[in-house]
Design a protein around this ligand. Structure first.
Ligand code: PMP
Length: 364
């Protein structure tokens, strides 16, 4: 009789895969730095420092159905989202963050080896979910200003017979926006275009209603950034009509939890409060862009989002990140192609910017 061999059980491509490196949990960092969480300025993950709206907090405190499974179709949320986005509820699907929906679409469409176009530097979950779903990643790098290489994308789409392209606007990590004409050009390609609008509330100009005219467009959105609900995990997407039945079939039935649904609906009902916070965050991002440019060792890139990417000049970005960390200020460091010697700083409260700028002056 043969014996059980664990080495033959896991898919070989998963066994060989590099793990995704999420950010270090807040409590762990607080302990490592020997500082209480309240003293740490957390500008490393593009979260919303103001957190949920008062109405969302109240709705969470009062939620009476936490012992009951959630509505698998998230109908109340999708009705509210239809009002908010102008896209009919039949075309909307909610998920445990936009992250889940990235995976869900790929699970529905990819066969092993199918091409997935990615335009790095961009969000790390596109390559991650591509690999997990056995897709073949085809990278068409952005130019030095982070504009997508449209001609390169067209050539690669044809050559590799790609099935899908991920495009993020405003793009994470630089904050640049894809223009309407560029998006139209991508939509003329014979593939599914997944437009990730996770940060669109900070730039304005969502193209979510374009799903009504383009049968190859998916638009992903989230409550993590503008509504301050990153910890609850709730996002949504607008999808082509032909794709919806398949997504419904393969979706985990209870993917959006009761607390997330309640808080998301309360957020949509309290837009004025959240919009004031968005305006405050955008003002802080603008101040960051202006002030960071005054440091000779930083070159900020123009951003339309809630963060600013900086190339570090004449010194080591990783060391700068570490030095800031020791002062209780967390920023994101990148060591990827196109992002060499870069840090990304999320926009926080005015006091967060003040502390960051004062610390940078000391470290200069
Ligand atoms: N898309 C982009 C571009 C992001 O930066 C993020 C969050 N880091 C997400 C999607 C995921 O959002 P969610 O929290 O809704 O999963």
């Amino acid at each position: 009789m043969s014996t059980f061999d664990p080495d033959t059980v896991v898919r070989p491509d998963i066994a060989a895969m590099e793990p995704y490196e999420p950010i270090v949990p807040f409590e762990v960092l607080s302990e490592r730095l020997g500082r209480p969480a309240a003293e740490i300025v957390k500008l490393d993950a593009n979260e919303n420092v103001y957190g949920p709206s008062p109405g969302a907090r109240a709705a969470l405190a009062e939620a009476g159905t936490l012992h009951i499974y959630p509505d698998p179709e998230a109908n109340a949320l999708r009705d509210a989202l239809a009002q908010y986005t102008g896209v009919s509820r039949e075309r909307l699907l909610a998920g445990a963050g936009a992250d889940e929906l990235i995976d869900l679409v790929l699970r529905a469409i990819l066969e092993p080896g199918d091409g997935v176009l990615n335009c790095p530097p961009s969000f790390g979950m596109y390559p991650f979910s591509t690999v997990v779903n056995r897709g073949k990643l085809i990278a068409v790098p952005r130019d030095p200003h982070f504009h997508p290489d449209l001609a390169g994308i067209e050539a690669a789409a044809e050559r590799a017979r790609a099935k899908v392209i991920f495009i993020c606007s405003p793009n994470n990590p630089d904050g640049s926006v894809l223009g309407d004409e560029a998006l139209r050009r991508l939509l003329r390609l014979p593939l599914l275009v997944i437009l990730d609008e996770a940060y669109v509330e900070f730039s304005g100009g969502s193209r979510i209603t374009w799903v009504r005219e383009h049968e190859n467009l998916v638009v992903l959105r989230t409550f993590s950034k503008w509504a301050g609900l990153a910890g609850l995990r709730v996002g949504y997407g607008a999808f082509p009509e032909w794709l919806m039945p398949h997504l419904w079939k393969i979706k985990q039935p209870y993917n959006v939890n009761v607390a997330a649904e309640v808080a998301a609906r309360a957020s949509l009902a309290e837009r004025a409060w959240l919009e004031k916070k968005i305006a405050a965050i955008v003002a802080e991002r603008e101040r960051l862009e202006r002030r960071l440019g005054n440091f000779t060792f930083l070159r900020p890139f123009p951003s339309r989002s809630n963060f600013v990417l900086c190339r570090v000049r004449g010194r080591d970005a990783r060391e700068l990140k570490r030095a800031l960390e020791l002062e209780g200020i967390l920023v994101r460091y990148f060591a990827k192609p196109g992002l060499d010697n870069c840090i990304r700083i999320s926009a926080g409260r005015p006091a967060d910017t003040d502390r960051l700028l004062a610390t940078l002056e000391r470290l200069a």
